[in-house]
Write a protein that binds this ligand. Structure first.
Ligand SMILES: Cc1cc2nc3c(=O)[nH]c(=O)nc-3n(C[C@H](O)[C@H](O)[C@H](O)COP(=O)(O)OP(=O)(O)OC[C@H]3O[C@@H](n4cnc5c(N)ncnc54)[C@H](O)[C@@H]3O)c2cc1C
Length: 317
């Protein structure tokens, strides 16, 4: 394993300055459950970095940029990245360093974004959920990341901080492709925020893996439905994991439901539209024979889960 050094910043500003000063040679670490695997696979630090061992001990407060020295900057302890807050009753924010366990157990998340609580609960094992963070899950940008479909269905926004200030963008824009984001090297994800859906909104998340625990998603799906006063769907939000190169809302499937009294037939049609959209975006691949029918069914089932029933029509409960 390549050696690298460790920096524990006193605050978010210092962390950003350190990243900026060591651009290309420093990486944020939170739980380390993705990054340390990348290190073990030789994907980081970059070739040409000098190991800490070769250089001897360096004081931890030495911030001078040494261009070939690799560092991890530990943000897991930063107060600015912690906590789940309900702001002025409209917006909920989640610190990037919140672990999956904290997200899954949060009263606010269970109440206002139950599909995200279920998604976090489905990540890895207890040990992984206790260390792995929501920020790491987003910034690692795996197409199979469990929280991404739920965050995209929530229209969540990411708040990035750097020495040049703060910028905010949709999580769906932040992730630009498999394992790629548009974040700069000196930017730290501070938090994600979402607007609460109207009262009465229903949400569900379903994950399909090769086994029921400790499995990376083969496919996943998050659905939020807002009922209108007449029992039709006023707003639908559908997103799928491990289906598209980047997390998106599947407008073609959402349109099937809006203005309709939701039932098993509407759910089936929406599922089929979602699968067709996946094939349109990704093209026909070796996995399409499996993924097309399975995504179609998964989306339909998740819609029915939102309604609180396996079959039949309209909103149960
Ligand atoms: C055994 C095992 C099982 C797993 N199972 C699942 C699973 O079922 N579902 C799933 O979705 N994932 C799974 N994972 C992957 C991983 O646990 C999650 O993606 C986790 O959320 C990563 O968070 P972390 O804090 O450990 O990230 P880290 O490893 O610390 O960081 C990951 C990446 O994000 C960057 N980063 C982290 N935080 C920030 C920040 N605040 N700002 C900017 N960049 C940042 C890092 O530089 C790095 O590139 C599993 C991993 C393991 C080892």
């Amino acid at each position: 394993m390549t050696r690298f050094d460790y920096f524990r910043p006193a605050g978010l500003v210092q962390a950003c300055e350190f990243l900026s000063a060591h651009s290309g040679w420093a990486k944020v670490i939170a739980g380390g459950t993705d990054l340390l695997i990348a290190v073990r696979r030789g994907q980081w630090p970059p070739a040409g970095s000098r190991g800490a061992e070769e250089q001897g001990a360096v004081p931890i407060d030495n911030l001078s940029p040494e261009r070939t020295r690799a560092w991890v900057v530990d943000v897991s302890c930063l107060q600015e990245l912690r906590g789940i807050r309900d702001h002025e009753g409209l917006i909920v924010s989640i610190g990037a360093a919140c672990t999956h366990t904290q997200v899954a157990e949060s009263t606010e998340i269970k109440r206002f974004a139950p599909m995200l609580a279920v998604a976090s609960e489905s990540v890895g094992s207890v040990q992984i959920r206790n260390r792995g963070t929501i920020g790491g899950n987003i910034m690692n940008a795996s197409p199979a990341a469990d929280t991404l479909p739920a965050l995209v269905a929530l229209d969540a926004r990411a708040v990035l901080v750097s020495p040049s200030g703060t910028r905010e963008l949709a999580v769906a824009e932040l992730v630009t492709g498999p394992y790629r984001t548009c974040a700069r090297e000196d930017e730290i994800l501070a938090r994600v925020e979402f607007q609460k859906l109207p009262q009465g909104a229903r949400m569900a998340f379903t994950k399909l893996g090769r086994r029921s625990s400790m499995a990376i998603a083969r496919l996943s799906c998050a659905v939020a439905l807002v009922p209108g006063p007449d029992g039709t769907v006023r707003e639908a939000r559908i997103s799928a994991g491990a289906a598209f190169p980047r997390p998106v809302r599947i407008g073609a499937a959402e349109e099937v439901l809006v203005g309709r009294v939701p039932d098993a037939e509407a759910a089936r049609e929406a599922g089929e539209k979602a699968a067709l959209e996946m094939v349109r975006v990704t093209g026909v691949r070796w996995s399409t024979d499996y993924k097309h029918p399975v995504l179609s069914t998964l989306v339909a089932r998740t819609i029915m889960k939102c309604l609180g029933r396996e079959e039949g029509s309209a909103w149960a409960r």
